[in-house]
Design a protein around this ligand. Structure first.
Ligand SMILES: CC(C)(COP(=O)(O)OP(=O)(O)OC[C@H]1O[C@@H](n2cnc3c(N)ncnc32)[C@H](O)[C@@H]1OP(=O)(O)O)[C@@H](O)C(=O)NCCC(=O)NCCS
Length: 150
């Protein structure tokens, strides 16, 4: 397996893996976000995993967060924004390798912590996080109050 950091929106497999992970995000929005990521490498780091035959099989995206991140004690912290592995390539250590690459980037940036989140109703994600060395810190519920219209 080979892990490559994305340095161009043309990175083989990046768009397709993103589309598989964030299915409700339009392609033009995906491409805009990817362009932003490669333009600000000190803030974003995206990694694609390739099989021994060169097929893109997994994606991890991370960002440097300067605002407070729940459960952390330092700032800035690296944040795992998304991770996805093709169904046929799962349980082969692809996600573990991708997270290792993200950790390497975060350490190079001087971070002490890598944070992440998962939906309450996604126990698979919780199990994978724990297996990859994350510890659970907090459970939160987000709220909003619409301000338009009184
Ligand atoms: C979550 C996901 C990225 C894991 O990718 P993966 O390459 O299969 O993960 P790995 O092979 O590196 O697994 C690492 C460890 O996580 C745990 N794990 C992985 N898949 C698991 C599953 N389906 N059930 C329970 N534990 C699991 C295991 O402990 C595993 O180690 P092991 O295989 O030696 O037992 C992949 O299943 C996926 O893309 N799911 C859909 C997207 C998603 O839910 N993303 C958010 C998840 S954090």
């Amino acid at each position: 397996m080979l892990i490559e950091r994305c340095t161009s929106v043309e990175q083989l497999g990046w768009l397709e893996l993103r589309q598989a992970l964030w299915t409700d995000c339009a392609t033009e929005v995906q491409l805009l976000e990817m362009a932003e990521h490669v333009a600000i490498p000190q803030r974003f780091a995206d990694f694609v995993a390739y099989s021994d035959w060169g097929k893109p099989v997994g994606l991890a995206e991370a960002a440097m967060r300067t605002d407070y991140v729940n459960g952390t004690t330092s700032t800035p912290v690296a944040f795992l924004e998304g991770i996805y592995v093709l169904p046929e390539s799962r349980r082969q250590g692809v996600a573990a390798s991708l997270v290792a690459a993200v950790c390497g980037w975060a350490r190079e940036c001087g971070c002490d912590e890598l944070a992440s989140d998962a939906a309450l109703e996604n126990p698979l994600s919780h199990a994978v996080h724990r297996a990859l060395g994350f510890e659970e810190t907090e459970r939160v519920v987000f709220f909003r109050k619409r301000l338009a219209g009184g």
